[in-house]
Ligand binder design. Structure first.
Ligand code: ARG
Length: 225
């Protein structure tokens, strides 16, 4: 059997039938992003894990998680190494060019976190400051487009640590995750002004259209409930 790829070599996504046949959905995730996914001991828990459990149950397959750095999630999905990406992934026009997204199920924003005693009060004060972001995120993309000096970290908690250790003057991260990671920590504060708003969805490769359609129906049911 010789398979020749003319165009659309990006069509590496599994179909609904292929996933059902395999009996599992292989999901790439970076579990450093509470309340969406984080580690409790060795276990990956969070809102997206709960949603995915329902999705997989309705599909009649087992979720199989592969833990990787966030910046490898989308490429891993696009190349067919994983069936699905689940990581609080923001849907952007740029990502849509090579990723198939499900329906959006959450609206998040990028927010600015600073030390409690910082004089930075808004976005306008970030000029000339060094900002911590997680590698491969929309925060990294947005902040570099704004011309800020970036310090990039593979792991989200290291971006926060850079701020608390005074290596950077601000940390830009998704709002709900900032709230969760800063809960009970009065050494930092989250500014009121947000940078962008971004919807989240699960990511698939082109080729998975019928699978995504089926998952969209399940997401619709969950939202209606
Ligand atoms: N929402 C942002 C993005 O899509 C950040 C996601 C980071 N996710 C994670 N699991 N660390 O770029």
């Amino acid at each position: 059997f010789v398979s020749v790829c003319f165009t659309g070599c990006g069509s590496s996504g599994k179909t609904l039938a292929e996933v059902k046949e395999a009996g599992k959905l292989v999901i790439a995730t970076s579990p450093d992003f509470p309340p969406f996914e984080n580690l409790e001991g060795e276990k990956i828990v969070g809102i997206e894990v709960d949603i995915m459990a329902i999705v997989c149950e309705k599909l009649g397959v087992e979720p199989v998680y592969e833990q990787i750095n966030f910046d490898a999630v989308l490429t891993g999905v696009q190349t067919g190494k994983y069936d699905c990406g689940m990581s609080g992934i923001s849907v952007t026009d740029k990502r849509k060019e090579n990723t198939l997204f499900t329906k959006e199920y959450c609206l998040a924003a990028q927010c600015i976190v600073v030390k409690a005693d910082s004089t930075i009060a808004s976005k306008a004060d970030l000029n000339g400051k060094t900002i911590a972001v997680q590698t491969g995120t929309t925060a990294a993309e947005f902040c570099s487009a704004e011309g800020y000096t970036l310090s990039q970290y593979e792991a989200n908690q290291d971006a926060k640590l850079a701020l608390t250790q005074g290596k950077v003057e601000a940390w830009v991260v998704d709002d709900l995750t900032a709230a969760e990671m800063c809960k009970g920590d009065d050494s930092v504060k989250i500014l009121d002004e947000n940078m962008t708003t971004e919807p989240y969805a699960f990511a698939f490769a082109f080729g998975s259209e019928d699978l995504v359609e089926e998952i969209n129906k399940i997401i619709d049911e969950l939202i209606a409930d």
